[in-house]
Write a new protein. Structure first.
Length: 620
């Protein structure tokens, strides 16, 4: 009751203050003016988003390494706009030699790219030269797509899988990961119109929520793994394997659905020349699949409050960390559902696929094997599965605002890591892997505001702004609000925007409303500044029974820290300080009662590593 009443009063009184306190670009201002978004952090009364129903028939030729397909898209233009063009996106054209890329490409990465065989829209045929296409193509329409209309788009196409596998491509001669494997309609939204940001191989994605009915035709002995639920297991699996697969869907045990012996003796798939595997997924931002004739297949399931989730893994037999993947997936899904973010895993499946990307996809992860470091390997599983929530449940624009997904996922990775490994080990792992890369590099790009568009940053600034700095912001806010209010606020935001497309300003204002507080000072401090992490003991003096401290926030970020007092007899006392002390100034003065002779005082930010740690200690 407190949250609802407080939030209503807060929103009513502060709606104008919100818009004035935070820098807001003109396109976002226009969205508020058009009431597609609201300053109370909710979708506006005129909010809309487009979507598609994709029916795709894939065919994968393992000999030529070519993926071909026919697709029909029922595209819903739910906008009030008449669309005189249609932007068709195919990010795998990043392999074409003529496409822009963020990094050097080897010859094995390059390919001829997409070849369009036919294309029609609402029955009207278009002659297109796909040689001109890059990662998107702006097709001028002879007949516009009307507001609030459904439109039928048909495309026949093919493309070669690159020999060098990263997020997609050839894993080996018998194994392929086919992500981003179909032309899609790019996002048309209320604040940018058509999304025409080129994919450069580094940044990630922004897609509509759509429905998928998929068929994948492959030669016998190839097993297909995909987003969504397998619809025809009886048609593609032999009885013994089918029985094990079905049992895995209701079992807590790890079932070896297809063993190395099963595969070598061709006991897995039906022995037709070709098998067609069918999958279905609803209200999801992407579809992906992989296939192999040599990988083994493990599966189990995990019981959540409302459903069982199928957990699967496929890998080269004998890969030690992947042998544990199904159990790790189960733990991760249950922990995230019950702890942070504390919202139930929203999908029916999760499959771990051994590849080379350490990359997330809806209901799938494509991870590199790290058989000699289980902690690192497991952390990768945690990180990629956390992406289920951001961006696959929350349809954020990763390409422009990567902190809206990677930052949250990095924070969740830290939180689950403590549950798995204990605080000391987890803190060291987190700082070694994440924090030191940021804090030890004082270059200008590291201090670019987090709100900077991800597409405008290079590798150094992109990594800090997408991952560690926003993760620190979220963890600092958690410390300041306390776990209960922070979780209530996070749930308010997620429940408000799940299945939609929140901008950063929707996030900020939603958190303001959900917490019942004007947090604009915090957003300005963390997201719109050039701050960094650097505290300093400006002065320390013992006066009677008081230790008088003055601590300066040189770097500016509002972080929590501990004041650690060491006495002459070796005893240590600690006092926790929350980020709220930095709300109004950069100097914090306090008097701490002491009953013994003080030897030294130290300010310790823990994982919030300090740029100049030498001035964090004062010895008497």
């Amino acid at each position: 009751m407190r949250t609802i009443v407080t939030s209503i009063l807060f929103v009513f009184c502060s709606i104008q203050t919100f818009s004035q306190d935070l820098y807001t670009p003109r396109n976002i201002v226009k969205a508020y003016e058009q009431k597609t978004r609201s300053l109370d952090g909710k979708p506006g009364s005129n909010y809309w988003q487009n979507s598609g129903d994709y029916t795709i028939d894939f065919n994968v030729n393992p000999t030529t390494k070519v993926v071909s397909g026919n697709e029909t898209i029922i595209y819903s233009n739910n906008s009030p706009d008449t669309l005189k063009s249609a932007v068709i996106r195919f990010v795998n054209n990043v392999h074409k030699p003529t496409s822009p890329r963020a990094a050097k490409a080897s010859p094995d990465f390059l390919s001829e790219g997409l070849k369009i065989k036919s294309l029609s829209i609402n029955g009207e045929t278009y002659t297109v030269n796909s040689e001109d296409w890059e990662t998107f193509y702006d097709l001028k329409l002879n007949t516009a797509l009307l507001p609030n209309s459904k439109n039928t788009i048909k495309i026949e196409w093919e493309f070669p899988l690159s020999k060098q596998s990263g997020r997609e491509g050839q894993i080996d001669e018998t194994t392929f990961f086919c992500a981003y494997a179909y032309p899609r309609i790019s996002v048309y939204d209320d604040y940018n119109g058509w999304d025409k940001l080129p994919h450069n191989g580094r940044a990630e994605f922004y897609n509509d929520f759509s429905n998928y009915n998929i068929s994948v035709t492959v030669p016998k002995n190839y097993i297909v793994y995909a987003t969504g639920v397998l619809q025809n297991a009886e048609e593609v699996l032999q009885p013994g394997v089918l029985k094990k697969f079905k049992y895995s869907l209701i079992s807590n045990q790890v079932i070896h659905v297809a063993t190395k012996d099963d595969i070598e003796k061709q006991k897995v798939t039906k022995q037709n020349d070709f098998n067609t595997w069918k999958f279905k997924a609803e209200n999801i931002t992407d579809f992906t699949f992989g296939l192999s004739s040599t990988y083994v297949w493990d599966a189990s399931s995990v019981k959540l409050k409302s459903k069982r989730v199928s957990t699967q893994a496929t890998y080269n037999a004998g890969t030690k960390d992947f042998e544990k993947y199904v159990e790790w997936e189960k733990y991760s899904i249950k922990w995230f559902s019950e702890n942070w973010p504390g919202i139930e895993y929203p999908f029916p499946t999760m499959t771990g696929f051994q590849g080379f990307a350490d990359m997330e996809y809806p209901m799938m992860v494509n991870d590199t094997a790290i058989p000699d470091d289980f902690a690192d390997s497991r952390q990768t599983v945690d990180h990629e599965i956390a992406h289920t929530y951001f961006p696959f449940m929350m349809g954020t624009n990763e390409a422009r605002y990567a902190f809206m997904d990677e930052g949250w996922v990095t924070a969740f990775e830290y939180l689950i890591g403590e549950a798995e490994n204990g605080k000391a080990f987890n803190d060291k792992m987190f700082t070694d892997f994440r924090v030191k890369k940021y804090i030890n590099d004082p270059s200008t790009e590291q201090d670019q505001p987090i709100i900077s568009m991800s597409s405008q940053l290079s590798g150094i600034g992109y990594g800090s702004n997408a991952y560690i700095k926003p993760a620190f912001a979220y963890l600092s806010l958690k410390d300041m609000l306390g776990d209960q209010l922070f979780k209530e606020t996070l749930h308010y935001y997620m429940n408000t925007w799940k299945g939609k497309h929140p901008t950063p300003w929707d996030f900020f204002y939603s958190f303001n409303s959900g917490s019942g507080q004007n947090l604009n000072w915090f957003w300005n401090n963390w997201f719109f500044s050039n701050n960094y992490i650097d505290l300093k003991i400006k002065s320390a003096q013992v006066s009677g029974n008081n230790l008088n401290l003055a601590i300066e926030n040189v770097g500016g970020f509002a972080i929590p820290f501990e004041v650690e007092i060491t006495y002459q007899d070796g005893k240590i006392s600690k006092k926790h300080i929350t980020p709220e002390i930095w709300k109004n100034n950069k100097l914090y003065q306090t008097a701490i009662e002491v009953n013994q002779n003080v030897k030294s005082v130290k300010i310790d930010g823990g994982i919030f590593m300090d740029y100049t740690p030498n001035d964090n200690v004062y010895t008497f």
